[in-house]
Design a protein around this ligand. Structure first.
Ligand code: NAD
Length: 499
């Protein structure tokens, strides 16, 4: 049994609270680690030394801070396989997918090598007689990152790299389900030259999140997780006068037009619907074919592809397509939702409820599941299932399909598959969703753009990583400076004795 503590002031430390949380191996169902849950007093001590370390770090020139990011990126590449293994061990996703998780975080670190350019201010020469006007971006101080279980490397890196390269110190509170990757990343960034105390990884649950939200030294909260918690955190952080950006859940639709390449659309739905067992905030969980013929043809293509999917533990080799879900409660919840779909009249085309894997009977596996004839009123449509369940909602026209997406309370990602540029342009222009794909199922922006949903998928202003992150993690100071006439008017060129 592995005991997992915190990373404080450049060292792994054991917790003192006596309160712990079990860390599972989702493939076997066994408890493999015991995570210490911090007390508010431990958190307070971590914040105090972070505040001290931040003073020096914030005053370090931006290029030197960026060099830490350069070295950090090297070390992440060096230890890519080790990091991927840590991700898979606690999350259960396949190793190739875990490498993608690390890679998409690494790309944010790469962009942060250019932080000095992002942090440049503005300057107006001679805004008035003898008056110059300029603005500068200064770090906020100590900020917090609170992250979900489903991307144990990527999302902690989305939080720490921009915040730290902008000169802040960060308290990172990773998911209690998958804490080890964050602790390892903290060791790597220290090896890259980050001074002790600038990044503190404090593990815990609601108690410690609430203590972070109420702590007066914490200037900003960057949260990623489910919508109810995102909304709660946004409200409490804002009430306490903190800057907050809180990214929540999703229900991502993909519209398939009659003129789309249906084989490509089916491949895209398989990858985006079932990859990582559907535990991605950008997973496609709703397919919306336009017209009965498109819908029938799509089902015909999806079923054989689903039957070929290989579900298993990440240790079973690289041809496994997806692994278990995160907890037994999550597997139960997903099975319950599938049953509710049947009860409410959806057509269950492929049923993953009884999936069992020999040797892994206690693992948290759910097989791939496909529903047809799903309607707006059903629970499987209304809820974010966050499992390997794809629902097909049939639409009679393009306008019906578009309105379905527009009326949905979430607005993280969406996609359209079509051969017609005019339809694609209309969709891109009218849809009220933050990230849109055209013949591209998971449109996660690259790291030099910024990531964020609309509607109930995000609370607060500014997106995460990319240029927006540097706005979020800095505050602007604007200076109006006037210099009165000085020595140049009274200067004498004569060689004379001192007065
Ligand atoms: P979660 O909301 O349960 O947990 C997220 C974080 O909040 C964790 O660190 C957890 O410890 C903390 N937390 C949980 N309950 C809390 C409470 N009552 N009070 C205070 N803190 C609490 O989310 P999860 O299950 O870890 O992650 C899955 C969710 O995250 C899905 O809804 C998914 O769509 C979403 N997600 C969103 C994005 C995005 O960028 N929009 C990205 C990834 C995941």
């Amino acid at each position: 049994m592995q005991e997992i503590g915190h990373w404080i002031d450049g060292k792994l430390v054991a917790g003192t609270s006596g309160r712990t949380s079990d860390v599972f191996n989702p493939a076997t169902g066994e408890v493999q680690g015991r995570l210490a849950l911090a007390t508010p007093a431990e958190l307070d001590a971590a914040i105090r030394s972070a505040a001290e370390a931040q003073l020096k770090w914030g005053a370090t020139n931006p290029q030197r801070r960026a060099r830490v990011m350069m070295k950090f990126a090297d070390l992440i590449n060096r230890d890519m396989d080790k990091l991927a293994e840590l991700v898979s061990r606690e999350h259960g996703k396949t190793l190739p997918d875990a490498r993608g998780d690390v890679q998409r975080g690494l790309e944010v670190v790469e962009v942060c090598m250019g932080a000095p350019a992002m942090l440049k201010g503005e300057y107006t020469d001679s805004a008035g007689p003898g008056i110059d006007l300029y603005s500068m971006r200064q770090p906020l101080g100590v900020v917090a990152g609170i992250t979900p279980f489903n991307f144990p490397a990527m999302i902690p890196l989305w939080k720490m790299a921009p915040a730290i390269s902008a000169g802040n110190a960060m308290i990172l509170k990773p998911s209690e389900r998958c804490p080890s990757t964050s602790l390892y990343l903290a060791q790597l960034i220290q090896e890259a030259g980050l001074p002790d105390g600038v990044l503190q990884v404090v593990n815990g649950d609601k108690e410690i999140v609430d203590a972070l939200l109420d702590h007066e030294t914490i200037q900003a909260i960057g949260f990623v997780g489910s919508t109810p918690i995102a909304q709660y955190i946004y409200g409490r952080a804002a009430t306490n006068g903190k800057r907050a950006q809180c990214f929540g859940g999703a229900k991502n639709h993909m519209i398939i037009m009659p003129d789309a390449d249906l084989d490509k659309a089916a491949d895209a739905l398989i990858g985006a619907g079932f990859g990582a067992a559907g535990e991605r905030c950008m997973a496609i969980s709703v397919a919306v074919p336009v017209g009965e013929a498109t819908a029938d043809a799509l089902i015909e293509r999806l079923v054989p592809r689903i039957e070929k999917l290989k579900v298993g533990p990440y240790t079973a080799g690289e041809d496994v397509d997806f692994g278990p879900v995160i907890t037994s409660a999550s597997a139960e919840r997903i099975r319950g939702l599938i049953s509710s779909g049947v009860d409410q009249g959806a057509k269950l085309v492929v049923d993953g409820r009884d999936f069992r894997l020999q040797g892994y009977e206690k693992g948290f596996f759910v097989g791939p599941t496909l529903f047809d004839n799903v309607t707006r009123e059903m629970e499987i449509y209304k809820q974010e299932i966050f499992g390997p369940v794809l629902s097909q909602v049939r639409a009679a026209t393009y306008e019906d399909a578009l309105n379905l997406v527009i009326d949905n309370e979430y607005g993280n990602g969406t996609a359209i598959f079509t051969a017609d540029g005019d339809t694609a342009r209309d969709f891109v222009s009218r849809v009220n969703v933050g990230m849109v794909g055209v013949n591209f199922p998971i449109p996660v922006p690259l790291s030099y753009y910024s990531f964020g949903g609309w509607k109930k998928s995000a609370f607060g202003d500014l997106n995460q990583y990319g240029p927006d992150a540097f706005r979020f993690y800095t505050k602007t100071k604007t200076v109006t400076a006037r210099w009165f006439s000085g020595i140049k008017e009274g200067a004498s060129l004569n060689f004379k004795a001192m007065d």
